[in-house]
Design a binder for this molecule. Sequence first.
Ligand code: NAD
Ligand code: MG
Length: 390
Amino acid sequence: MSQPKKIAIMGSTGSIGTQTLDIVRANKAHLQVEVLTAQGNADLLIKQAIEFEPNAVVIADETKYKYVKDALDKHDIKVYTGADSLCQVVQMDTVDIVLAAIVGFAGLRSTIAAIEAGKPIALANKETLVVAGALVTDLAKEKGVSIFPVDSEHSAIFQCLAGEFNNKIEKIILTASGGPFRGKDKKFLATVTKEHALKHPNWNMGAKITIDSATMMNKGLEIIEAGWLFALKPEQIEVVIHSQSIIHSLVQFEDGSIKAQMGLPDMRLPIQYALFFPQRVKSSFPRFDFSAYPSLSFEKPDSEAFPAIELAYQAMKKGGNMPCILNAANEVAVGAFLKEEIGFTDIASLVEKTMQKASFIAKPGMNDYMESDAEARKIALALAKKAVKA
Ligand code: NAD
Ligand code: MG
């Protein structure tokens, strides 16, 4: 590696974004920050900008633009605002790779813009592939753009596939920690609070994905994500509960052999692998110690208590805009749960009802996704209001 790779970090103030900056800090000779973006955390964005001196920053929330602009006045850093700017900065000539770590549907447009400009993508924003997997993967193929998975399960599979060339995958097994409510039944789940649900046993992540992990919708989204990344049918994707989160996922080949990728749960590893692929860069991350984990356990997910996985399979099998509807309804439901407007078990039922009510489109284009997302949000919001009254 001669010239440092110039990176655009979309969602730099989040859990993935800040861990990516840890990696940049440890690899200054090889990585350089070109763009930083945030929704509303202006103070952290300013602090990051002063430390990493990017070419440009975007504060998406327009009400915070002046504050950020004034704070960076004496620095040679361009400051932009608004959602459209997110799409423009990823296309700058000076950007070598885009780390897509905005949460939710909001990350879709800038990721598509980056692919259109031929930029390789390190993809954390799984919702991008859930919502518009066909469009995104077709566009990436057309533009010759690589999408490197950051999600730990998908990185694990990607690592297991290295060197396998044309060897066919029989199936993949996605591991799931089971979240904070593993082993609990529906009755218990109906009583859980936001504080409960925000305490993940193994990972420290943003609020939305932490709730998704508690409902297991996160695994549902990952099933759909894996389908697009590795060209797999729903029946080729299995989920196993592995509460220690040491095996990050597995691939079974046609000869019956299974490869697994292991390590301590630490997102910096998949982020770094995505940024430096195909090279493995020396790291100082803590190492796995077998004596600290005398046994690893595996169990079947409980689909009655956690219906979200089944809903995701249904959406994947139906295809078209159904995963987009599932995602939009889930974003609304998680938001309502975080505002304590609906209960924990209402999340999955709200998603299910929205999937039944929203208009189905078999072959959606970009505008259809936008409209479908808006329609599903409207339906889900109305259902959430009803749940409040009930
Ligand atoms: P987070 O909430 O911690 O951070 C989200 C980032 O996106 C923040 O920088 C925020 O400012 C920005 N953002 C939010 N809404 C925005 C909007 N409307 N417009 C522009 N920017 C916006 O989330 P996270 O945990 O870092 O997750 C980011 C993505 O990575 C998610 O899609 C998540 O599913 C995925 N992911 C996260 C982890 C993890 O360990 N955190 C693991 C695997 C995958
Ligand atoms: Mg994951």
